[in-house]
Ligand binder design. Structure first.
Ligand code: FMN
Length: 251
């Protein structure tokens, strides 16, 4: 899937209304926060998002990796990231609830950039990292016409690169910080591989566009079946079992 949506949405107030209406219902609610493309002070957009949505979120995501908001990914650079994360963490302290905060990164980063991000995440005590958003690269697309479409690529072609970046991030962050693996998960096997490469949790989007809303249930059944067959007490036992193999692949 290639998308170039940008953050088209009805804004904070409308989202808050919907979240307030479902409050108290079961389930994990992650709220991803972005910045307006025409904002004079993008960091303050994130601060306002944190304060407004903290009371409704099981966790918050600071998304600085969408390729569809011009310049957004520049916030991944060390100095900008340091300032953003400091102010986001201060906004959480000031908010009426303090959910965990995850930083969501792009797959199109080089080793030095990953090192900078890991250093800032550790320094600012961010709860975890989500690896990854869509890619501006076009790995494995057969049609040049399709590959030429503007936007971020997700789904199967993203699996390899996003899993390599995930494993490298796990190496840089050490064993204790939470990492959510995302990118090309469309089966129990691909979800399990994210865990083997270092993920504590797994997300998916494009897989569900193709396979429908029953996909997560099928993946969970497949994962439980695998855990039973292997006599695992927890999927945690699987974490990092292919870490070296994935982390040693070139970017
Ligand atoms: C249509 C579409 C819209 C997306 N919008 C957002 C977004 O607003 N915020 C965000 O953090 N990620 C967004 N993503 C990225 C996905 O959350 C996910 O990180 C990425 O697609 C890789 O996972 P997948 O291969 O399972 O889709 C979007 C992806 C798609 C396909």
């Amino acid at each position: 899937m290639i998308n170039r949506l940008g953050f088209n949405n009805e804004g904070h107030e409308a989202a808050e209304k919907r979240l307030a209406a479902r409050k108290g219902r079961a389930g994990i609610v992650g709220v991803n926060i972005g910045a307006n493309k025409d904002s004079a002070d993008r960091v303050s957009d994130y601060e306002r998002g944190v304060v407004r949505f903290a009371p409704f979120a099981t966790y918050l995501t600071v998304n600085i990796s969408s390729p569809n908001t011009p310049g957004l990914r520049n916030m991944q650079a060390r100095q900008q990231l340091g300032e953003l994360l400091s102010r986001v963490m201060a906004a959480r302290t000031a908010a009426s609830a303090q959910p965990p905060i995850f930083l969501k990164i792009a797959p199109d980063l080089v080793e030095a950039e990953l090192e900078d991000i890991a250093a800032e995440v550790t320094d600012k005590a961010i709860d975890g990292v989500i690896v990854s958003n869509t890619t501006i690269a076009r790995p494995g697309l057969r049609s040049a016409a399709v590959a030429g479409e503007t936007g971020g690529l997700s789904g199967k072609p993203l699996f390899e690169r996003s899993t390599i970046v995930l494993a490298k991030m796990r190496k840089l962050l050490g064993p204790d910080r939470a990492i959510i693996g995302v990118g090309g998960v469309d089966s129990a096997e691909t979800a399990l591989e994210k865990v083997r490469a270092g993920a504590d949790l797994v997300q998916l989007y494009t897989g569900m566009i193709y396979a429908g809303p029953s996909l997560p249930g099928r993946i969970l059944s497949g994962m439980i079946g695998f855990a039973d067959m292997q006599r695992l007490k927890s999927l945690r036992e699987l974490r990092d079992t292919s870490l070296d193999q994935w982390a040693s692949k070139p970017l």
